[in-house]
Design a protein around this ligand. Structure first.
Ligand code: HEM
Length: 478
């Protein structure tokens, strides 16, 4: 008996030793590979400032496209104070955002993190992130969105009527921002008192100005004012939360999900954590959707033939409803041409042209070293405008989406653990606004052939000045 247990011990010992040897030789060979790996090609620019000036003096998409032509799909640079590796291939973007996402953490400048709120989900990896993300996802899932359709329609129609009543040229991007803000508020709070909406809007606009300014926290500067407005936003949210707790209303919006959140120890989120995530979602939702809607209007007005076919699709749905509201969920799923126009507009405009991560260890990819601490930037726009994946990429062609794009080549909403949880809401509000715009209104763009401007997302020059008016019955039924 003693002999048997002794031999079992020997075998176990041998197996453990073998395992340790295998593990250490694997580590050594990985380390040897890393030592052999070289930095990607590319230029690092001037000491300290690197190539930041080029980034601000040129159109970033042109700058990165030229670099890709010169150095290939993986290249290094130095911008905004950091050494960076840029990745312009679908495989490399997938490596960073999905397969080896644990080796790359999300990274934002501290000054911007302070303004949005340091507890917002997009600054985190791991447990805290995945739990919060589940909450955000569930409040923006199709079952939740279905119920929002009538309210989104009301917002779309009242916005369009307001723009038409103005009877003058207006900044399309600005009014789309107001619309997407209202839809964001709806998803976050359900029906919210007008006084809170106004206060949130006022202070949020000040925060936004500070976000896009130089971060000097001295009285009088835009950044300082933004920090003051950010604290005010916390107060407003605190009032909304107390009111909701007092009324004991049971809602299914994001605020309700955040209030009911419990971690593994049964602890709720603090009011600061809730506020940071509410502001974070609003921040992620507003300019992105407004920019996409502005581009859609530009592309449609640039191509009257396409506009007519989208109009025919929308009129069929309008007539099948007898011209009445609300649209059904099935009808919003049955706007295939309009949907393809949205997909192509997102590809062409690539609103989020790239994203940032930071390598948490030395990483080897495709024979190149990505050193620990370096920023890593998957370049969505370069991938979306590569003729290898999208034929004649500078040409707007919605029909290309009749066939699904190759895997990992189409990422307007990102990829992996941090991919956009609001993408269905964004697409739904675009479909609804287009439906009502096209079936009851007309619009004319003032400078249709203008270029791009960054705000900070790419938008058509001057925010696409346009005039809106209501269609008369004779125009509708000629
Ligand atoms: C056309 C509109 C939109 C576009 C193009 C867009 C794009 C993106 C992209 C590319 C990311 C990933 C960023 C990264 O990986 O670093 C992202 C993340 C995110 N988006 Fe959107 N988005 C849009 C609308 C929305 C809306 C309407 C909401 C919410 C109501 C939203 C909420 C979020 C949130 C919370 C994140 C962070 C997710 C996380 O870190 O886990 N977005 N979005």
């Amino acid at each position: 008996m003693e002999n048997i247990s002794c031999s079992i011990l020997y075998v176990l010992f041998f197996l453990i030793a073998l395992l340790l040897y295998y593990h250490s030789s694997l580590k050594k060979s990985k380390w040897r590979n890393l030592q052999k790996a070289k930095l990607p090609p590319g230029s690092m620019g001037w000491p300290y400032i690197g190539e930041t000036l080029q980034l601000y003096s040129q159109d970033p998409s042109v700058l990165f496209a030229n670099k890709q032509k010169r150095y290939g799909d993986i290249f290094k640079t130095h911008i905004l104070g950091y050494p960076c590796v840029m990745l312009a291939s679908p495989e490399a973007a997938r490596f960073v955002l999905l397969t080896y996402a644990h080796l790359f953490k999300p990274t934002y400048p501290k000054s911007k993190e302070r303004l949005i709120g340091p507890s917002a989900l997009f600054f985190y990896q791991g447990n805290y992130h995945s739990r919060l993300r589940k909450l955000v996802q569930s409040s923006l899932a199709p079952e939740a969105l279905r119920k929002l359709i009538p309210d989104i329609e009301d917002l779309a129609i009242s916005s369009l009527e307001l723009w038409a009543e103005k009877n003058q040229t207006i900044n399309t991007f600005r009014v789309m921002k107001k619309f997407s803000f209202e839809v964001g508020i709806l998803a976050l709070f359900g029906q919210l008192d007008a006084k809170y909406k106004e206060e949130l809007n006022k202070n949020y606009s000040i925060v936004e100005k500070g976000y896009n300014s130089f971060p000097t926290n001295l009285p009088g500067t835009a950044y300082y004012k933004a920090m003051v407005a950010r604290r005010k936003l916390n107060q407003i949210l605190s009032e909304i939360i107390s009111e909701r707790k007092e009324k004991k209303t049971v809602e299914k919006d994001l605020l309700c999900h955040l209030l009911n959140f419990k971690d593994e120890k049964g602890k709720n989120l603090t009011e600061y954590q809730i506020a940071d995530n509410v502001i974070g979602v609003l921040f992620a939702a507003q300019d992105t959707t407004a920019s996409a809607l502005t581009w859609i209007l530009k592309y449609l007005s640039d191509d009257q033939k396409l506009l007519e076919t989208v109009k025919a699709e929308q009129r069929t749905i309008y007539e099948s409803n007898g011209g009445k509201k609300p649209l059904t969920w099935a009808q919003t799923r049955n706007m295939s041409l309009t949907y393809r126009v949205i997909l192509e507009s997102l590809r062409m405009s690539s609103i989020i042209s790239f994203t940032f991560r930071e390598a948490v260890v030395d990483v080897e990819y495709d024979g190149y070293l990505i050193p620990k601490g370096w920023k890593v930037m998957p370049l969505f726009r370069n991938i979306h405008h590569n003729s290898e994946f999208f034929a004649d990429p500078e040409n707007f062609d919605a029909s290309r989406f009749e066939v699904a794009p190759k895997p990992n080549t189409y990422m307007p909403f990102g990829n992996g653990a941090h991919a956009c949880p609001g993408n269905e809401l964004a697409k739904l509000e675009m479909l609804i606004l287009i439906h009502h715009l096209i079936t009851k209104f007309r619009w004319e763009v003032e400078v249709s052939k203008g270029g791009v401007q960054y705000s900070p997302f790419p938008i058509p020059q001057h925010g696409l000045p346009s005039r809106f008016w209501k269609e008369t019955r004779s125009q509708r039924d000629p």
